[in-house]
Write a protein that binds this ligand. Structure first.
Ligand SMILES: [Zn+2]
Length: 98
């Protein structure tokens, strides 16, 4: 992974916008969480010249761009967890009985 993208990932994980499935270790985007907290943290880190974000050379915009890219690329739920499809199969169950 690109080190800059790793930073964006880390910020998203820290603010719980991206979450890791405890079972499959897969990263996914929780849309119950307001992603603005991740952007606020990203801007704050750059503004405070934290060594952690020095790769972005004070360019908060570059980091927020990468952050929104990282968040939108993540799946809406863990791709291996049955929970995402569970609701669907429950809805389909009555149809199978007919
Ligand atoms: Zn999972």
């Amino acid at each position: 992974m690109d080190p800059k993208q790793a930073i964006a990932f880390e910020i998203a994980l820290q603010t719980h916008v991206l979450q890791t499935c405890p079972v499959h270790n897969e990263i996914f985007y929780d849309d119950d969480v307001d992603p603005s907290s991740a952007f606020a943290l990203a801007v704050e880190l750059v503004r405070q010249h934290k060594p952690y974000v020095c790769d972005f050379h004070d360019d908060a915009h570059a980091l927020t761009d990468l952050l929104s890219e990282t968040i939108s690329a993540a799946p809406r739920s863990c791709p291996h967890c049955p929970s995402a499809t569970a609701t669907k199969s429950v809805e389909e169950a009555p149809l199978r009985l007919i």
